[in-house]
Write a protein that binds this ligand. Sequence first.
Ligand code: ATP
Ligand code: MG
Length: 415
Amino acid sequence: MRLDPTAFSKGALQVVAHLQRSGFEAYVVGGAIRDLLLGKQPKDFDIATNAKPEEIKQCFRNARIIGRRFQIVHVRAGGEIIEVTTFRGHHDAGQSNKTAQAAQSGRLLRDNVYGTLEEDTFRRDLTINALYYNTTTHQLIDLLNGADDISAQLIRIIGKPVDRYTEDPVRMLRVVRFAARLGFDLEGDTEAAIGEARHLLADIPTARLFDEWLKLFMNGFSEPTFLLLSHFDLLSPLMGDNACITGSNEGACALQKKALKNTDQRVADGRSVTPAFLLAALYWPAAEHRSAALAAGGEAPIQAMHSAGQQIVLEACRRLTVPKRFSLAMRDIWDLQPRLERMQPKKVRDILARRWFRAAFDLLLLREQTNNMSTHCSEFWEHKQAQYPELVGSARGRSEKPAPRGRRRRRPANP
Ligand code: ATP
Ligand code: MG
């Protein structure tokens, strides 16, 4: 099968040609070929070769070996960074090569055993990702009928699904990511094994889970991804129970869905998206619920929201290492909710200037749209934004703002 040569990036063609000229095998592999067969523009071009990382490095003037779990080489070519990987081999127990290390649980900790193209094929995750294309001879190598699965719109794990999920539980999240993004179905065994393996996600480092969260939720398909994760009971292992809202809480479900839809729409429109807003919206029902409980226990509303925010972020971080810049933003977005509701004239300018004001206002809109709240409050802030457009978001983060000098704390009124 001949793919349009102009669909490949210049850098990818150069890297393949150069490796081949140096006597190695080299192919464009994985997602790029899958996307081209689907008639989509690939977002990047990965290369697989039988050259070892050191050999790849020697072929190019500008190349860097990175990674531990998987050693890969980043080659700068044609103004891009091209990821080049050496074919992976088998890593059976008892194999003398010690570079593949498995934890007792069967999880693969390192995977730097090198092999042939055929062995590499079986190390990949999905049949639709195990396609190799020689851009010089225009030959497609498809040992596992990935092209047929693309035509049948099927996500099929390579090998025995339970074993492959055990080796790397993140593959379950990848299965869902591709199913949601491509609108494909899961092949029967690929689906059935999730039930047996989902508990293994508990062992995955929370930093890796956050990286995967970004790929799942910031790619323009967050809504179908969220629904599918929820369908396969993978949401709780990924985000904890605080993100899992039951169907009986219709308002909260609707708020989460709208936030996801808006995020996807922004990506489709080429506008920027921040993980902080989506995280704040997805965990909002839990934060609101916690805040109400604290308020019922006697805390003042603003303090209750603040404490609830701290608690929910802490709990979320047990599953996802949310970087501080995002978790502080989430808490600011939540802290602003009761303040927006108060509409205190004296505070208007300060509140408008807050760095996360726009995001907080967007969350307020979602709350109004999904909880039968009156639109009185958002109308008030809409009006204020029109009145002082230059103030909106003009202050840096609260913590970055220098404390006003010489202002004395107001004494509390006489008891
Ligand atoms: P995308 O378009 O999202 O980049 P992709 O298929 O290129 O999709 P990557 O995450 O870039 O996905 O991975 C590149 C290739 O590496 C995949 O196509 C797959 O063959 C292989 N791969 C990635 N992660 C794993 C994994 N956890 N287990 C096995 N193979 C993997
Ligand atoms: Mg890729």
